[in-house]
Design a protein around this ligand. Structure first.
Ligand code: ADP
Length: 497
């Protein structure tokens, strides 16, 4: 009798193993941080072996902690930091280079060359992505260009490329399965999101041998088995999705028009656009959400660079508070923002503004301004930025948001959630379980093996923590938004090019 799903949540700073029961509740969690390697300014790497070993270790520890044996686990679901690129030798199992992390900017010059050749539109049409060093394709090209003889080895089928999901599955299955899922493949700049295949023309442009690519599988379905040597008996691996897609699935944004926002250090918004891959006119990304039961659903995606991270600045930079949750008390000690608007363009502005020369600014300071006004303006800025992205998604999709679903560390802040509902003028729903990334991977795995019968059952077990109803007069909302947009435009184009 299987009673649980094991989720492997392989993030940028830590690996987590989480066990869920049939009610979608957490039974145990284990987590381990690993090394961040910064060889040069702008370069970020991970040791791929450390990723694997930390992930294996937390999975085993989670089982031990909950006193559960592998026989009681119905399936494993995997979710992962996206775009991070691993290349390994399939005979030795040894990576030929450190994993190049999504944040790494070393391939910006390759991106510039591609843009100069006028290829941005081609990549966008086929992959849904903007040309940026963020994605895997140019990182993979860089490894092949810089590790001696690697391209030849790859052509002769001796090397494998994978995103982190792929690397974990290869190790979990004792080197048997070299696979990835569609959501992860759609972040590589190599995958045609319309045909669901690796795109030969794009592979040729980046000079990437097809032989090294993983087979692309649906996000839900048995794609291999964790070997018995690891956990004591074999466990099917039945769900895989990149972290943001998994969080969207975990938040049950399963029909067109539904949006989730993750309030982490940055914010990630994804809107489900159903079976339609909508091209964005507002510089958002078009990406595959997941493929479940042979139905591929797409999402529009946008991100805010500084979300909850602004709280860290209020804590560590301004030293107004000792810990992140304290910001709520400080911000609500004043009745309003006192005319203060803070644009957290600390490293420029992302979608829909896209200005790398913008910088952080605080407007409206008077003799009466206090730390509390600034703390309040900081939280309000998170909600304003999310509002701007939601509006861009609504414009691209011609759909009105009806409810915003949320997760991530900063969504515990009640003031922020209420203000978000007020500014958007839609309800904000915060689920009880905030581990939605891991839960999404568990759901994908669980429905594949019949642990949960279908998505209706998932809806029935989802528990809401709190629903925040909008409660702000239209005139107040408009005034706040007008000032915010004015502040944003004045923060633009600040540093000299
Ligand atoms: P990540 O996964 O990006 O590391 P988390 O989802 O753990 O981030 O969210 C942590 C972020 O949220 C931090 O930047 C932290 O400062 C912020 N944060 C945490 N709790 C609160 C709170 N109650 N109010 C506002 N911000 C918060």
């Amino acid at each position: 009798m299987t009673k649980y799903i094991l989720s492997l949540d392989q993030g940028t700073t830590s690996s987590r193993g989480i066990i869920f029961n049939k009610q979608g509740e957490i039974v145990s969690v284990e987590s381990q941080e690993f090394k961040q390697i910064f060889p040069q300014p702008g370069w970020v790497e991970h040791d791929a072996n450390e990723i694997w070993l930390s992930q294996l270790s937390v999975a085993k520890m989670a089982l031990v902690k909950a006193q559960i044996t592998a026989e009681e686990i119905a399936a494993i679901g995997i979710t992962n930091q996206r775009e991070t690129t691993v290349v390994w030798n399939i005979e030795t199992g040894i990576p030929i280079y450190n994993a190049i992390v999504w944040q790494d900017r070393r391939t910006s010059f390759i991106i510039d060359e591609l843009k100069q050749k006028g290829l941005a539109e081609k990549f966008k049409l086929k992959t849904g992505l903007v040309l940026d060093a963020y994605f895997s394709g140019t990182k993979l090209k860089w490894i092949l260009d810089n590790v001696p003889n690697s391209r030849n080895l790859a052509k002769s089928g001796k090397l494998a490329f994978g995103t982190v999901d792929s690397w974990l599955i290869w190790n979990l299955t004792n080197k048997r399965n070299h696979v990835t899922d569609e959501s992860n493949a759609s972040r590589t700049l190599l995958f045609n999101i319309h045909t669901g295949c690796w795109d030969q023309e794009l592979l040729d442009i980046l000079d990437i041998p097809r032989e090294m690519l993983p087979e692309v599988k649906p996000s839900s379905g048995i794609i291999g088995e964790a070997s018995s040597g690891l956990f004591g008996s074999r466990i099917p691996i039945a769900g895989v999705a990149g972290d943001q897609q998994a969080a969207t699935f975990g938040n049950l944004c399963l029909s067109p028009g539904m949006i989730k926002n993750t309030y982490g250090t940055g914010c990630f918004l994804l809107m489900n656009t159903g079976e339609q891959a909508l091209p964005s006119k507002n510089n958002l990304l078009t990406t595959i959400g997941w493929n479940v039961n042979n139905v591929r659903q797409y999402c529009l995606e946008g991100s805010v660079f500084i979300g909850g991270g602004i709280t860290q600045w209020v804590r560590d930079g301004l030293k107004f508070i000792d810990n992140s949750p304290e910001i709520e008390k400080l911000a609500t000690s004043v009745k309003d923002n006192g005319g203060i608007y803070l644009v957290p363009a600390f490293s420029g502005l992302g979608a829909p503004h896209w200005d790398q020369y913008a910088r952080g600014t605080i407007f409206g300071i008077t003799r009466g301004t206090t730390d509390a006004h600034i703390a309040r303006a900081a939280l309000e800025a998170i909600a304003f930025q999310v509002n701007d992205l939601v509006k861009a998604m609504e414009a691209d999709s011609n759909k009105q948001l009806s409810t915003l679903r949320v997760d991530g560390g900063a969504c515990k802040n009640n003031f922020l959630m209420q203000f978000q509902a007020d500014i958007l003028n839609v309800a904000v729903e915060r689920p009880k379980c905030l581990e939605l990334t891991a839960l999404g991977a568990a759901y994908l795995a669980g429905i594949a093996v019949g642990f949960w019968q279908n998505v209706n059952e998932l809806h029935s077990i989802t528990k809401l923590d709190k629903r925040f109803e909008p409660n702000m007069s239209p005139s107040v909302r408009q005034e706040l938004l007008d000032y915010w947009h004015e502040a944003t435009s004045r923060s633009k184009n600040w540093i000299r090019k």
